[in-house]
Design a binder for this molecule. Structure first.
Ligand SMILES: *Cc1c(COP(=O)(O)O)cnc(C)c1O
Length: 400
């Protein structure tokens, strides 16, 4: 990439900007660049890995315990339990609330598959409720309408790094005696009304899949909670339900976080706030650049932090007119982008037995037709952001 700070003497600001934009227009931009993030902390990662290799202890040792403590402190939760993945974190959270056959669990149809998959796996029935058009999170009024006498829990998902509208959800659930499990897999460090993701529900699930804001070098996850007895139950459930050596009051899973991943996550957690600030800065930069492109609201709508919330931009998801052709256009210009999610969960074949049909959740279905994630990773440069905006603006016949 050219270094335009070294533009020839005599270059005025306008020319410098024009030159950068030209360079930007030819720039290839990946959707995500994990190797550059890891290159910048490579020595720390190597040392952490070497420590574990030399320790002789690879399962549930010091690293997991230290990471659980650091994660709980970061979130402001009473405690955290390291898990093998976000999916297993969701699974044991529901199990710790005794969710099983005959129960219903209400959630959003606009989420990653795992949110509803774990409900089904416990023999309970997923019940969906539509989302809000602005934040794309479950709509409190729709959720209230979906809660029945059989509802054991609800799972609000903090989608793309922004918290669901938790206050009305928590009010409704406490009034009706229903437990709340936060799916915080995309939202570490997000908050609403000063309360952080992972501290609002009975339990919360986090994922450290490599592409998440805090990513391991493999699969990893965690459960956080404010209630110590629920944490103890989750701790037993992650090791086959073993509460003390060879004592099993219930059947759990093998769902532990590895020492190696815990050591890596400890290194990366210390850098997480830098990464979060960079994502937030990149979102602000997009807002400025897209404003210059003067696209109409029916062409492109940008994501925004809703009032009272810290949005950590796990994904930067725009709503685009003619989305599928825009995807082709961007890919042909070397700009990474992806559709999260192209199909709502109520229309997945495996959930056909639930009896939902197209039109049941119109807001989620429309989102699936319009959403597009643009590159927002912390290492994204200004030139890259300009290239993305130039390519999107070009698709709608504008120039920036
Ligand atoms: C990533 C993710 C999960 C699952 O996490 P894994 O670690 O991949 O098992 C669950 N829910 C949501 C919303 C996610 O984004």
């Amino acid at each position: 990439m050219k270094d335009w700070s070294a533009a020839p003497a005599g270059f005025g600001d306008a020319e410098r900007i024009a030159a950068r934009r030209l360079a930007g227009a030819a720039e290839k931009v990946p959707l995500l660049d994990l190797s550059s993030q890891h290159a910048s902390i490579r020595a720390e990662l190597d040392a952490a890995i070497a420590r574990v290799v030399g320790s002789g202890r690879y399962i549930l040792g010091e690293q997991v315990a230290a990471f659980e403590k650091a994660l709980a402190a970061y979130c402001g939760a009473t405690g955290a339990v390291g898990m093998s993945s976000g999916t297993d974190a969701l699974l044991v959270s529901l199990q710790a609330l005794d969710v099983g056959p005959g129960d219903e669990v209400v959630t959003t149809p606009f989420t990653f598959f795992a949110t509803a998959g774990v409900i089904h796996r416990l023999g309970a029935r997923p019940v969906f409720a539509d989302i809000e058009p602005d934040g794309l999170n479950i709509a409190p009024a729709a959720l209230a309408g979906a809660v029945s006498g059989k509802t054991k829990a609800v799972i609000p998902v903090h989608i793309f790094g922004q918290c669901a509208d938790m206050e009305p959800i928590l009010d409704e659930c406490s009034r009706r005696g229903v437990a709340v499990v936060e799916d915080a897999c995309q939202a570490i460090g997000a908050d609403i009304g000063g309360r952080r993701a992972g501290t609002m529900g009975c339990l919360a699930a986090f994922s450290f899949f490599p592409t998440k804001n805090l990513g391991a070098l493999g699969d990893a996850g965690a459960v956080t909670a404010m209630d110590s007895s629920l944490l103890e139950r989750v701790r037993a459930l992650r090791v086959h339900g073993e509460s003390s050596r060879y004592v099993h009051r219930e059947v759990g899973i093998n769902g532990r976080l590895d020492e190696l991943q815990a050591a890596i996550l400890l290194v990366k957690l210390a850098h997480l706030e830098e990464y979060q600030s960079a994502r937030i800065r990149n979102a602000a930069r997009y807002a400025e650049l897209f404003a210059e492109a003067s696209l109409a609201a029916d062409e492109l709508r940008l994501p925004a932090a809703l009032p009272g919330r810290r949005h950590v931009f796990h994904q930067y998801v725009v709503r685009a007119r003619d989305r599928d052709r825009l995807v082709e256009h961007l890919h042909s210009r070397g700009i990474g982008c992806a559709v999260y999610y192209p199909r709502p969960l109520h229309l997945q074949e495996c959930f056909g037995y639930l009896g939902y049909k197209e039109g049941d959740f119109p807001v989620a279905e429309q989102a699936c037709r319009e959403v597009l994630a643009l590159p927002i990773y912390p290492e994204l440069t200004a030139v890259h952001a300009e290239a993305v905006v130039a390519a999107v603006a070009g698709f709608y016949g504008r120039r920036v």
